[in-house]
Design a protein around this ligand. Sequence first.
Ligand SMILES: Cc1cc2nc3c(=O)[nH]c(=O)nc-3n(C[C@H](O)[C@H](O)[C@H](O)COP(=O)(O)O)c2cc1C
Length: 425
Amino acid sequence: MEVKILSAKFDIEDSHKLEIAKQHGAYATIDKLFAMKPEEVIEEVKNSGLRGRGGAGFPAGVKWGFLPKGTGKPVYLAVNSDESEPATFKDRYILVKDPHMMIEGIIICSYAIGSHDTYIYIRGEYTSQVKALQAAIDEAYEAGYLGKTVAGHDFKLEVTVHRGAGAYVCGEETGLLESIEGKKGQPRAKPPFPAVSGLYGCPTIINNVQSIASLPFILEKGAEAYKAYGTEKSSGTHLFGISGHVEKPGMYELPLGLPLLEVVEKVAGGVWKGRKLKGVIPGGSSTPVLTPEEAKTVTLDYESMAEHKTMFGSGGIVVLDETVDMVKLVENLIYFYHHESCGQCTPCREGLGWMLKIIKKVVRGEGEMSDIDLLSELCDNIEMKTVCVLSAACTMPVRSYLTKFRHEFDAYVSEGASTAAANQE
Ligand SMILES: Cc1cc2nc3c(=O)[nH]c(=O)nc-3n(C[C@H](O)[C@H](O)[C@H](O)COP(=O)(O)O)c2cc1C
């Protein structure tokens, strides 16, 4: 089931070094790139069907096409390397094992959108990843792939690494821009969208690390070769992070569209310790949970996830076995999102705090039945009433647990916390 496109060099020793990466095809697309017109590159990426791998799944080529022409302002590229969604651990592999694939992708994207300045926004906690990335950028400058000319072509390109300070909300694209500008990482109201007014008020494209790293393959082999993987509307491959209660957790590159349970069984070794499956979080903590019944029919692509009222998200799959206490899981979830709220919108700042108080009361065994309904009501009242979707990233999954595992929340109220918790063990 596994394929090796993005991960082709991951198993090669010292693949992060320019010399080794070049022996295995790095920067092979550069001459082809500069022989093409920027519009042709955008068209190729559009035809490949590549969708943004940061969570929203927006088609990359289409987004690039939104840039206004002839503004006289510089165009910026910001590569989103914040990777802060819990259960997501794919971009770090690219940063450490094949950073030159991403730098090559940056060159491709920059040429296509007419940008000469890239900012890579990397999460503060990624210490070793920052080192690896900066070393690769330094090598690329030294070898002439970055700087005043790109591999001898009349195209200037500067790449700057900007470290975050450890805030989930700075992964949201406009929070990220604020942070690069040196301000508090508080997302901006949209419109205007970054393509029109982004970094320093200039047209800006923001793409995830994996989206950018997918470009060399698309340019080298062509859109059709990329589309040979995946489904009609969800093309290509993805670096799935599979964690939780499986025998073989890890990062696996797979084509999109495979049946979720088959992947859990055949790739990740199945639910660990011979236990039963209780649920699957399909794409990072912000995606609604699937019951075992739902997991039977879902496939790993954007459309199937939407049909099952959840999301592909970042492709961070978490397998939950029968021992998981969904009430405590929800407490943990709300704690995280409340902690990470930037505080600018009242429904998020106050609402998530209120939800946390309620769930803590339930976990202590002091909850009333009306508290569970109040939690659902709060989800409805918070969602989509804020500048960004951080609060929805909390309420959407919480609602799914409340609906699909309601009996567990009720048990905490009717049986008392210790009995209810013991029943989950
Ligand atoms: C609260 C929040 C956190 C996010 N965190 C990340 C992140 O860590 N990495 C990422 O690539 N996208 C993240 N996103 C999505 C970005 O806003 C944006 O959609 C993405 O970087 C666009 O790139 P793509 O089109 O290549 O996916 C986050 C969104 C929200 C609302």
